[in-house]
Design a protein around this ligand. Structure first.
Ligand SMILES: Nc1ncnc2c1ncn2[C@@H]1O[C@H](COP(=O)(O)OP(=O)(O)OP(=O)(O)O)[C@@H](O)[C@H]1O
Length: 605
């Protein structure tokens, strides 16, 4: 192994060891103590039994009871302590694993959310590493940091137990120690290696299980359930599900089969180690060269040593957790290369003047140029509409404006300050965006609007502005109604009602200080009357707030102060509706097609 990877492996072990601190000293110390007690219990039992047999052997008549009293009391104490230790082990282990895993998840969440942009998160490599860092697969062996930290503590206790067993064996004959150590460690190594092979097989099975999982969820989901029933997919789906499960299970079965067939090696190692030691101590006892007490102690200690070292399961868990530690380090390095925020953007009373200056952009990992030398101005207080065909790059433009991606070339400035140099938190306080694919949180209606502590007055006013109040009045618990059928007392909103709620979210942000409102297809689900009403209210309540509106409904767009057409990655037309119609270019063509369609539909009715 090269020096750097040895260094890396050692560092990961050290990091895993340090992760134990998250469980807190009382939990770690108590668990170490109970685990230690459990580990040395067999050796202690062996010693006490040896003492009992030795004392009883040499005594006669009433002396037997007196001779047995102390070892029996000690035996009782060992049993009691062992019982207490066993009862305390499971809750302490759970607590340790839960706390260490919780700390790791918090670290991952902070890491994933630290960067101002989302580009890096879209990389498949980053997603794989993030999953690896959590180490908590839906299927297969647990590889979390908490499991590894727990295994470390358990291993430490087992090694202490093994040392105690070695001490018992060494008192009888020194050669039994290396013999049993080597063969027990051999068993442990074998189990570790076969376990690693099984883990690799699980990884393959994971992929198939992911497919199976997708179908498993689909069969019980009401949304996919609609398609399955309407298109008669039930039989096909069950066959597919069965296929993925069979494909996932086949290598697991053959791996288990191979493992079981190879168990004769373990048996051989056990016989090779315990056989000579047990035969020797029994012969010595028979010929009076050693006492029955020593014989009993050696038999029990030998068995205890195999128990401590022979399974290899702790090593396996530690190696799984080290993988999670390694993934975390790698993803941290990858995400660290994303440029961080700079000094704050000076806040002004007026909405900012935003300029796209020869902005070029392609998505990370994609060769396709989406924006190509785009120039655009968003003037303070104007209602600017951006139109273009599907895939023209309108949503991409919004994501760049929100600072979620950096331009590949050119720059975007707000009041002359490049967004890349500005603090993204400060910039986002001045801006609010309704994305086309907005998130429907399984939270209350109020939390869905504010996503932070609630200003009730602004909340009510924003709901009025967005026309959401009539929907709100029908919710069983008003603002506190959970917006998810799966939650108790929860309800599902229709697509249009969700859109009204998200508009309320945007208008709430405007009321609490946002100066630039960006709406990406905000009314696609609204009926024509509601849409008209929403825009009337928006025009009425936006005050000096600048609005950027993306919409395919050109009847809505025509109300804008200025309309720009995005085509081929650039702004190709700019002006009012009347100016663009007079120009007779791309916008006029789109508008005419839509107007004719509406006219035809109207005539048909
Ligand atoms: N995360 C992404 N990674 C790679 N390519 C993307 C990503 N998001 C969008 N694209 C691509 O960028 C191009 C522009 O997409 P964008 O969503 O900006 O178009 P749009 O004008 O908003 O389209 P629509 O009117 O259909 O919503 C498309 O070719 C799309 O496939």
């Amino acid at each position: 192994m090269p020096t750097s990877s040895v260094h890396g492996a050692l560092r990961h072990r050290l990091l895993l060891l340090r992760s134990v601190r998250a469980a807190g000293t009382p939990v770690v110390a108590s668990l170490a103590a109970v685990r230690l007690l459990t580990a040395v219990a067999p050796a202690l039992t062996a010693a006490v039994l040896g003492m009992l047999v030795g004392r009883v052997d040499g005594a006669s008549g009433g002396g037997v009871f007196r001779a047995a009293l102390l070892p029996l009391a000690l035996f009782g104490a060992v049993l009691l302590l062992g019982y207490l230790a066993q009862s305390a082990t499971a809750p302490l282990e759970y607590l340790l694993r839960w706390r260490v895993d919780g700390a790791q998840r918090t670290r991952i969440a902070r890491l994933a959310l630290a960067g101002p942009t989302v580009g890096a998160l879209e990389s498949p490599e980053v997603q794989t590493l993030l999953r690896g860092a959590v180490g908590d697969p839906d299927h297969g062996p647990d590889r979390t940091v908490g499991t590894g930290a727990l295994a470390l503590v358990q291993q430490l206790a087992q090694l202490t137990g093994a040392a105690a067993a070695c001490a018992v064996l060494a008192r009888y004959a020194w050669w039994t120690v290396p013999l049993l150590l080597m063969t027990a460690a051999g068993c442990g190594a074998r189990h570790y290696l076969t376990g690693r092979t099984a883990n690799g097989t699980w990884r393959f099975a994971d992929r198939e299980e992911l497919h199976a999982d997708m179908w498993r969820r689909a069969v019980v989901s009401p949304s996919e359930g609609k398609d399955i029933r309407v298109f008669g997919l039930a039989d096909w789906l069950v066959r597919r599900l069965r296929h993925h499960i069979d494909v996932a299970n086949a290598p697991l079965w053959s791996c288990t089969d191979r493992m079981l067939r190879g168990e004769w090696i373990t048996l051989l190692l056990v016989c090779a180690g315990l056989g000579p030691a047990y035969v020797a101590v029994t012969l010595d006892a028979v010929h009076g060269r050693t006492s029955v007490a020593v014989q009993t102690a050696v038999l029990a200690a030998g068995y205890a040593l195999y128990q401590a070292l022979g399974s290899g399961s702790q090593l396996l868990r530690i190696s799984g957790a080290l993988n999670a530690v390694r993934c975390f380090e790698e993803v941290r390095d990858l995400l660290a290369s994303v440029p961080q925020t700079g000094p704050d953007l000076p806040r002004t009373a007026e909405p900012p003047l935003v300029r796209f200056e020869r902005v070029g952009f392609h998505y990370p990992g994609s060769e396709r140029t989406v924006l190509d030398g785009l120039d655009l101005e968003i003037r303070p207080g104007e209602l600017l509409a951006v139109v273009g065909l599907n895939g023209a790059g309108k949503s991409t433009l919004i994501k760049l404006l929100a600072g979620l991606y950096r331009p590949s070339s050119g720059r975007i400035t707000a009041d002359g300050v490049p967004l890349t140099a500005a603090g993204s938190a400060a910039w986002r306080e001045r801006l609010t965006v309704v994305f086309q694919d907005f998130v429907r949180y399984q939270l209350s209606a109020a939390e869905n609007v504010t996503l932070r502590p609630v200003d009730r007055a602004a909340l009510g006013a924003a709901a009025d502005d967005a026309g959401f109040t009539p929907v709100l009045e029908r919710l069983p618990a008003g603002w506190d109604t959970p917006l998810a059928r799966a939650r108790s007392g929860g309800v599902d909103l229709s697509g249009g009602q969700w859109q009204q709620l998200v508009l309320t979210r945007a208008l709430y942000a405007v009321r609490t200080g946002a100066q630039l409102l960006v709406l990406d297809e905000p009314t696609a689900h609204l009926d024509v009357r509601t849409e008209f009403e929403v825009f009337r209210r928006l025009a009425e309540h936006r005050g000096r707030t600048s609005v950027v509106l993306i919409s395919h409904r050109l009847s809505t767009v025509r109300q804008a102060d200025r309309i720009v057409l995005l085509d081929g990655g650039r702004i190709t037309e700019s002006g009012t509706h009347d100016q663009l119609m007079a120009l007779g270019g791309g916008y006029a063509g789109l508008f005419t097609v839509q107007a004719e369609r509406f006219a035809a539909a109207g005539a048909a009715e």
